[in-house]
Design a protein around this ligand. Structure first.
Ligand SMILES: Cc1cc2nc3c(=O)[nH]c(=O)nc-3n(C[C@H](O)[C@H](O)[C@H](O)COP(=O)(O)OP(=O)(O)OC[C@H]3O[C@@H](n4cnc5c(N)ncnc54)[C@H](O)[C@@H]3O)c2cc1C
Ligand SMILES: NC(=O)c1ccc[n+]([C@@H]2O[C@H](COP(=O)([O-])OP(=O)(O)OC[C@H]3O[C@@H](n4cnc5c(N)ncnc54)[C@H](OP(=O)(O)O)[C@@H]3O)[C@@H](O)[C@H]2O)c1
Length: 389
């Protein structure tokens, strides 16, 4: 099924066109039918169609139907010519750079800075690390939402060179210095106690957190097309981040609101951006000062909602997670999601996915919608983007 990513806004009373194929009574040939319904009636229609064995081919705001899925003028179901289902249109991303540098022949980047992102009272180590990419042949280029690989120095327990680890890029393609020749990461040092009670530190995250400016680092990639921003300057962007999952969100937000970055990118973002950020302590709110600054400077375009798990409590008295914040703002979030211009990005701990799903299920149900049906439609329409690790 295709869900339009067209540009019109939408409310619960907005009309939608649903195209479905079904079996004619008396086991006749398959027919294509079109229905016009308000957003609030979509769920009921989906259920009726599913019960009758029909297959939904596309859903689009009324007036923006694809020529491949003609619409009958009347709201009554009208039999159409038998046709095959149009393939869902996905953005090709053909020009997005991938795997310019591979593990066997990595690019050697030079560390230019490495500083802590954890403020007083924060837990653990999280570093912002920048690498100079100049001199590459070919030049290592990337765009917002991609990741790079880092191959740490040394060997593993079997005497083999370490394998690469992926890190989400935290700088825009123009870099923190706007010179188009650097890439930055936001890295948490992995630390945990093993079964024997020994303190273990992650290989690559420790290598990166400790690295000194001037050091050469093996870089691969870039990789990833899941977290790319839409081109549309009027898009709305909902961001759900935990911990270092802020990295791609930082690139989007800088692309949207940082004046020198805007000059460099010529992308005149006019939509609404809403960041939900989850961190254990206030001191772990990464890039907090910048985010507060953008919120102050762009109050009509940027909203910043925090879930500080070890300092705030949810309604049940438990740790405040971003899914609790999603539930608190369910009405507004769904009003945004009904708008085909709205994209959702989730990044950070894999463990947050079920919680977000649960919150979205409850929020959708309050609107008479079924999240288990809606989410795949959003995904197919390239409006639901997830990168968790
Ligand atoms: C697409 C993608 C993007 C990523 N982006 C980022 C990013 O922006 N920032 C960032 O910091 N990380 C990011 N990561 C994670 C990163 O790739 C590494 O996995 C992370 O830094 C740990 O690597 P390491 O070499 O330090 O740990 P390793 O030495 O490889 O140790 C990891 C291993 O330790 C074990 N382990 C881990 N935790 C525990 C535990 N609590 N108890 C017992 N065993 C445990 C597991 O076996 C695990 O495989 C990303 C991952 C992916 C896939
Ligand atoms: N040693 C420590 O005390 C400590 C502290 C922070 C992170 N870490 C480790 O650091 C890694 C993650 O680092 P990070 O920088 O990406 O993130 P991070 O700074 O730990 O932030 C992740 C945030 O997500 C919360 N969270 C945990 N489970 C969640 C869930 N199921 N749904 C939604 N939110 C959830 C965390 O809460 P809570 O952690 O409060 O439950 C925290 O507020 C993990 O390996 C974690 O174990 C260790």
């Amino acid at each position: 099924m295709r869900v339009s990513v067209a540009t019109a806004g939408g409310t619960s009373s907005s009309l939608f066109t649903v195209v479905a194929s079904g079996i004619q009574a008396g086991s006749g040939p398959s027919v294509i039918r079109t229905y016009r319904v308000a957003m609030s009636g979509l769920n009921d229609l989906y259920k009726r169609l599913a019960a009758s064995g029909a297959r939904i081919l596309s859903v689009s705001p009324a007036g923006e139907e694809s020529p491949a899925a003609p619409v009958a003028a009347s709201s009554a179901p009208a039999p159409q010519a038998v046709t095959s289902a149009p393939a869902p249109k996905k953005k090709s991303h053909a020009n997005v750079p991938v795997n310019t540098y591979k593990p066997k022949t990595p690019f050697l980047g030079t560390v230019t800075e490495n500083y802590s992102l954890v403020a007083d009272g924060g837990i653990g180590r999280v570093q912002h690390i920048t690498f100079d990419l100049s001199g590459g042949d070919p030049q290592l280029e990337y765009i917002e939402g991609q990741s790079i690989g880092i191959v740490p120095e040394g060997e593993d327990a079997n005497g083999k060179p370490h394998k690469l680890r992926l890190y989400s890029i935290a700088s825009t393609r123009h870099g923190d210095n706007y010179q188009d020749n650097t890439v930055s990461l936001c890295v948490r040092q992995l630390e945990y106690k093993n079964e024997a009670g020994e303190q273990i530190y992650g290989v690559c995250s420790t290598y990166l957190c400790d690295i000194e400016p001037g050091s050469k680092v093996k870089i691969t990639g870039p990789v990833g097309k899941e977290m790319l921003l839409p081109d549309d300057e009027d898009a709305n962007i909902i961001m759900l981040a935990t911990g270092t999952g802020i990295a791609p969100m930082r690139t989007y937000i800088r692309r949207m609101f940082e004046p020198r970055e805007r000059e460099a990118n010529g992308w005149n973002f006019r939509g609404k951006a809403w960041l939900f950020m989850g961190a254990p302590k206030t001191g772990n709110l990464l890039y907090d000062e910048d985010l507060l600054h953008y919120e102050k400077e762009f109050p009509d375009n940027f909203r910043y909602t925090k879930a500080i798990s070890r300092e705030q409590q949810n309604a049940k008295g438990g740790r405040m997670y971003i899914q609790d914040r999603v539930l608190e703002h369910a009405e507004e979030i769904f009003a945004m999601i009904e708008n085909p211009k709205t994209h959702v990005y989730m990044c950070g701990l894999r463990g947050m996915e079920p919680g977000i799903d649960e919150a979205m299920t409850a929020a959708a149900a309050a609107k008479g919608l079924d999240w288990s049906e809606l989410r795949p439609q959003l995904k197919k329409a390239d409006r639901w983007h997830v990168e968790t690790y």
